[in-house]
Design a protein around this ligand. Structure first.
Ligand SMILES: CC(C)(COP(=O)(O)OP(=O)(O)OC[C@H]1O[C@@H](n2cnc3c(N)ncnc32)[C@H](O)[C@@H]1OP(=O)(O)O)[C@@H](O)C(=O)NCCC(=O)NCCS
Length: 209
């Protein structure tokens, strides 16, 4: 637990080698708008580019307000450059179980390709399985989103199925979706394998690995 700081009853700050994952704040609106206005970020994930700082402020207040929603920040400057969330039962259509949740994420385009989201996602998987008692984490991507597919492969998610004609409500269109999941047991085995092979991908200060 050494890597977590209480930020109130339920809001946590998580730490990885390069990142702080912390609750969103109203003061992140400018930074959020800077990255969420890009047409290369939202639409492929199913939401329209932000049109104003005010819209970004609304999103912080109403969308990034989930119990397990985090701003992705580089430790070097603490600026919010992306979002990652465990969507709990009632906030995801992938499961109706309290011991399962859905992982979602995006990152500002200037930061792509440095393994930032996989690093953040691994910490959220640890959070899901160790701290929140989850038995399975679900994740999805829309057909053609090869970058997100790669993130999911790198994090050990196992492919489950494709769904045709799923609604993308914010964009008023239908797409094909691909769904994967990771169980606590698969996650635990993967970490043991990585440790046995001398890999340090899963290591974090204070970790048993
Ligand atoms: C998907 C996304 C979160 C990946 O984050 P990331 O921190 O860049 O992840 P990685 O650094 O591991 O890169 C993943 C893959 O993206 C591709 N990629 C990386 N940088 C790229 C760039 N600048 N241009 C095009 N593709 C790139 C590579 O194929 C990479 O896989 P590799 O490491 O095997 O080469 C990010 O691209 C993003 O926010 N995309 C738009 C929103 C989105 O798709 N969200 C997910 C919805 S399901």
């Amino acid at each position: 637990m050494g890597q977590m700081r209480a930020e109130g009853a339920l809001r946590m700050t998580l730490e990885t080698k390069r990142l702080l994952l912390r609750p969103w704040e109203a003061g992140d609106a400018e930074s959020l708008f800077e990255y969420a206005k890009s047409p290369d970020v939202g639409p492929i994930a199913g939401w329209p580019p932000h049109r104003s700082v005010e819209e970004s402020r609304d999103v912080i207040r109403n969308v990034f307000s989930g119990r397990e929603a985090y701003a992705i920040c580089l430790k070097t400057d603490g600026k919010a450059i992306g979002a990652i969330e465990l969507k709990l039962n009632g906030h995801t259509d992938m499961t109706a179980r309290d011991d399962e949740c859905e992982l979602g994420y995006w990152l500002g385009k200037p930061f792509w390709g440095r393994g930032i989201v996989p690093e953040a996602a691994r910490e959220l998987l640890r959070r899901a399985f160790e701290d929140l008692g989850m038995a399975r984490v679900w994740v999805g991507y829309y057909e053609g989103n090869d970058k997100s597919k790669r993130v999911q492969e790198k994090c050990g998610f196992r492919y489950q199925w494709r769904s045709e004609n799923i609604d993308v409500p914010l964009l008023h269109e239908k797409r094909t979706g691909h769904v994967s999941s990771l169980t606590k047991e698969q996650w635990r085995q993967d970490r043991l394998c990585a440790a046995a092979q001398g890999g340090n991908e899963w290591q974090r200060p204070g970790s048993q690995f």
